[in-house]
Design a protein around this ligand. Structure first.
Ligand SMILES: [Fe+2]
Length: 192
């Protein structure tokens, strides 16, 4: 099910009701993605095992805090645009267009490989949302660009664990979380 578009009774000054509703619908999709990301990051924080446990376990929590701030600013922008934000687990599951995170207890390197894939998806969709709001609403566009600055930094933190000294990513070419996890584990084994 896709995110439904609502026509608000009011919206921010100088936007038509139609455009306010359109921007809010774009943001609702990002709210689901960010809520999902915050939960997934905690799931990883609890399920990493093996070498570098404490480094990865502790790297994740500041990312959770930052993503939860993004969740709040996204939901409040939707409300500001005159549309009620939907933040319940049922709405996320009903309206999201991606599958649940696929790893349970697994090595730090496997989770980092899968998390590379998670961030790749979230960032690509966030960039699309930023592009789609550039002409519609500069304030929303600015909000999304601000998120991207942090999301892309966190993505690099993850990728730095997967990068060889030659600059290649072990997850290169992967298209699924489990595929990326396998590639990351294989590369780590080869190095050991
Ligand atoms: Fe914790």
């Amino acid at each position: 099910m896709a995110v439904r578009k609502e026509l608000p009774e009011y919206t921010v000054p100088s936007l038509t009701l139609e455009d306010g509703g359109k921007v809010a619908a774009i943001l609702q999709g990002r709210l689901h993605a960010l809520n999902d990301l915050a939960l997934t990051l905690k799931h990883i924080h609890w399920n990493v095992v093996g070498p570098h446990f404490i480094a990865v376990h502790e790297m994740i929590d500041p990312q959770v805090d930052a993503v939860r701030e993004m969740v709040d600013s996204t939901a409040e922008r939707i409300a500001t645009l005159g549309v009620p934000p939907r933040g319940t687990p049922g709405a996320i599951v009903a309206e999201r267009t991606w599958e649940d995170y696929s790893l349970g207890r697994a090595s730090t390197i496997a989770h980092l490989g899968a998390l590379d894939e998670v961030y790749r998806g979230v960032i690509a969709d966030h960039r699309q949302a930023a592009a789609d709001t550039e002409d519609l609403d500069t304030v929303t566009n600015d909000l999304l660009v601000g998120h991207l600055r942090d999301l892309e930094l966190f993505h690099w933190f993850v990728r730095a664990h997967l990068e060889s000294s030659g600059g290649e990513l072990s997850t290169s070419g992967a298209t699924t979380e489990t595929g990326a996890a396998r590639k990351a584990e294989a590369a780590a084994k080869k190095e050991a």
